[in-house]
Write a protein that binds this ligand. Structure first.
Ligand code: PNS
Length: 162
């Protein structure tokens, strides 16, 4: 039984994330989508909200579960018997940092990282850009699951002005 972990902030989940999760679900017997919770980072959505959105988005993938973690990703992977971390790579610019993290994680617990190339249709997609575009009234439908659109608009409206 091979178990992969797809970690991220998912603030909010995008169709690019879901592309990677769906493809990871064909490579591993079980996939855990792991939401990183770091209180020092200013997130738009709470950990509970990010988890709930991911649960809804992955409901059609029977071998995928969603969980959250604080602290080191490698500790989460050890505690959950994971064989590999799965990361999407959008472009060469992602590679340097992702390679550094993969090597650090490997040096900590010898866990492998599997890089999955992002599908070209999502190669420009990032949660940070989705939030920025939506904050200025741009149309982000088609970039995130439809059920994220309402909560995204509501959260951005509640956010204090700069
Ligand atoms: O979606 P993101 O923001 O790129 O996700 C980053 C995340 C959560 C995967 C990364 O920050 C992480 O692994 N955090 C856990 C803390 C940790 O293990 N740090 C050492 C990494 S080498």
């Amino acid at each position: 039984m091979k178990r992969g972990v797809v970690p991220g902030s998912f603030d909010p989940v995008t169709n690019g994330h879901l592309d990677i999760v769906q493809r990871a679900s064909t490579l591993f017997d079980e996939v855990i989508v792991a939401v990183g919770v770091n209180k020092s980072k200013n997130r738009l959505f709470s950990a509970e909200e990010r988890l709930a959105m991911l649960e809804q988005a992955t409901a059609g993938l029977p071998n995928v579960t969603v969980d959250s973690f604080t602290g080191l990703l490698t500790t989460f992977c050890q505690e959950h018997g994971a064989h590999a971390i799965v990361k999407g790579l959008r472009a060469v610019s992602d590679y340097e940092y992702e390679l550094q993290m993969a090597q650090m994680n490997s040096s900590l617990t010898e866990i492998e990282t599997v890089f999955v190339p992002t599908s070209p249709e999502w190669s420009f997609l990032a949660s940070s850009l989705v939030k920025e575009v939506a904050a200025f009234g741009g149309d982000v439908s088609g970039l995130v699951p439809d059920f994220v659109l309402g909560p995204l608009t509501d959260k951005l409206a509640q956010r204090p002005a700069d």
